[in-house]
Design a binder for this molecule. Structure first.
Ligand code: NOJ
Length: 574
């Protein structure tokens, strides 16, 4: 093992979605002072880094992922002075602050776009993607869109701008026009802005859909999706021809010479393991790690609104392949949750009888993989999906647009609602549950999004007071990663790949081996076929997901029997 390993190998990142984290001024929306007031919660958990979802000035069409000023804080969240105080107070506790960098697109209210749309010969016209109607079509006519691409937020990716009669590209909402990275002035402006934040003291960036910034030219139609009017444009914008060049240029212009203490993570939908090796090879100077989406797509059918149950064998095949693919070169990020994903305990665990057990199991399995784990706010409390009553309960633009599009196409309202209940990003966005007081201690006002009704039992105050809580389990896992090099650096070997219920693997480093064994089911389960089973049966228990006082089944044949949703980490030393 090389002597110097990057610090982030033994680090854990905590994601804050500021809107839903903690309100400090009673307007019902979380803010930076709220984050400052809760820093001790993060310090108690032991995380090393906080990634803040966007707090820049924004019309909030996509809750801040539509930025109208990259160098100011949205008044909803506070001021630059609040931000500086947050950075200083986080640093005092040894916690780094990583910003969300949203530069595939801006808001349509960003001055760059306001200028760009003002006339065809404006100097900033070429900062965005503009195109005339399709040949043979009048502007505004159905089918006149320059390509047939389907937007992530439903409908076309093209919006007609009446003033000049041309369309602009927006892969996301029509209020999120895509920047044209072919234009060197765009890239220079982005790099200057990034340097400004680093000079201000931030410790890196999580880069929003960064593998979409290079588009393949000319832009052209994609394969039709079903029998609808839209096509799949992704081959033209996922990991486009100049993506590596752009990221290397960004590295040179922004990060070079600033030392090794910063963190860069690229959010990369549809990225493959082979691509990820290139993106994260330290010798190539692109990013430290990527967020990939394969494992969170395994419960999708044809598309994200068509859900099917997760098959454990497929999960192991996928995560195991990523572990193997990045074993020699590059690095993995590890996550179950973020602000775009339904709550993992509801999705992959059991949020009823075994909520606590399955939340701890999911944490154990994830945190013992090789890579940098990410904890999304509330995950450490075992927060669950939201019980949505009807269509009016959804606020996220993706969900709202999908509801309109799907019911407009004649899908049954109840079917669409069921899909949204399982898949909506709003599941992750209900306020963090701090205590059993009104609105879970999130706000003294009216919360922008209702607090989950289970807050009287699922909340941070209770969790901190209970040594067997999900919170304390996360704290122990984080401590283990900090303390034990085998967790950070050990080799990964998947075991029992075909077992439909047991997730088992080892991590090994210099004579120490950890075995992680987990029962993804609600009944006692004997682990069959484990290599060296007898030795492991007597091995030291490093960490278990059941309270120590709960007596484990002790079979006489040397096998391991796991209780419902139980996970164990065992250690042997040669
Ligand atoms: C990915 C972000 O995580 C998501 O929340 C956002 O809607 C899109 N990118 C567009 O910025």
């Amino acid at each position: 093992m090389p002597a110097e390993r990057p610090w982030f190998h033994s680090a854990v990142v905590y994601q804050i979605y500021p809107r839903s984290f903690q309100d400090s001024d009673g307007d019902g929306i979380g803010d930076l002072r709220g984050v400052i007031n809760r820093l001790d919660h993060l310090a108690a958990l032991g995380v090393d880094v906080v990634w803040l979802s966007p707090i820049y000035r924004s019309p909030q069409d996509d809750n801040g992922y539509d930025i109208s000023d990259y160098q100011d804080i949205d008044p909803t969240f506070g001021t630059l002075a609040d931000f500086d105080e947050l950075v200083a107070k986080a640093h005092e506790r040894g916690i780094r602050i990583v910003m969300d960098l949203v530069v595939n697109h801006t808001s349509d209210e960003h001055p760059w776009f306001v200028e760009s749309r003002s006339s065809k010969d404006n100097p900033k016209r070429d900062w965005y993607w503009w195109a005339p109607p399709r040949e043979g079509f009048e502007a505004g006519q159905p089918g006149a869109e320059p390509t047939n691409w389907h937007s992530f937020f439903s409908g076309s990716t093209w919006q007609l701008d009446e003033a000049t009669g041309e369309y602009y590209l927006h892969l996301f909402s029509r209020k999120q026009p895509d920047l044209n990275w072919e234009n060197p002035q765009v890239r220079e402006a982005v790099y200057a802005m990034m340097r400004w934040w680093l000079d201000r003291g931030v410790d890196g960036f999580r880069m929003d859909v960064i593998n979409m910034i290079s588009k393949e030219l000319p832009l052209r139609d994609g394969e039709p999706i079903g029998d609808g009017p839209w096509g799949d444009g992704s081959p033209s914008y996922i990991c486009g021809p100049r993506i590596h060049e752009f990221l290397q240029e960004m590295h040179r212009e922004v990060f070079k010479g600033r030392g090794d203490a910063l963190l860069t993570v690229g959010e990369m939908p549809a990225v493959t393991v082979e691509d990820a090796v290139l993106f994260t090879d330290p010798a190539r100077h692109e990013v430290d790690m990527v967020f990939q989406f394969e494992h969170v797509g395994l419960d999708h059918g044809e598309h994200k609104w068509d859900r099917r149950p997760l098959q454990l064998v497929e999960l192991k095949e996928s995560l195991g392949r990523w572990q193997e693919g990045l074993a020699e070169v590059g690095w993995n990020s590890l996550y179950w949750n973020n602000h775009d994903q339904p709550r993992a305990v509801s999705r992959f665990g059991d949020d009823g009888e075994f909520r606590v057990e399955s939340a701890k199991l999911l944490a154990t399995v994830l945190h013992l993989h090789r890579g940098t784990p990410y904890v999304y706010q509330g995950e450490e409390l075992g927060m669950t999906n939201v019980p949505f009553h009807d269509a009016t309960a959804f606020q996220d633009i993706e969900s709202v647009n999908y509801y309109k599009a799907a019911t407009g196409q004649g899908l049954l309202v109840e079917e669409v609602l069921d899909a949204l209940r399982l898949g909506s990003r709003d599941n992750a966005r209900s306020p963090v549950q701090w205590d059993a007081s009104p609105h879970a201690g999130f706000t003294t006002g009216v919360p922008w999004f209702p607090v989950h009704p289970n807050y009287p039992t699922v909340n941070a105050e209770r969790a901190l007071a209970d040594p067997d809580s999900v919170f304390h389990h996360y704290r122990r896992l984080i401590e283990l990663r900090h303390a034990d090099a085998v967790v950070a650096e050990g080799d990964f070997t998947m075991l029992l790949p075909d077992d439909p219920v047991v997730y088992a693997f080892t991590r090994s480093l210099e004579g120490t081996t950890l075995l992680v064994v987990a029962n993804f089911g609600g009944t006692d389960h004997k682990v069959d076929g484990l290599p060296d089973a007898e030795e492991w049966a007597g091995a030291e228990l490093v960490l278990g997901s059941y309270p120590e006082s709960a007596v484990a089944p002790t079979p006489t044949d040397g096998s391991i029997v796991l209780r419902p949703w139980e996970a164990r980490v065992l250690r042997r030393t040669a």
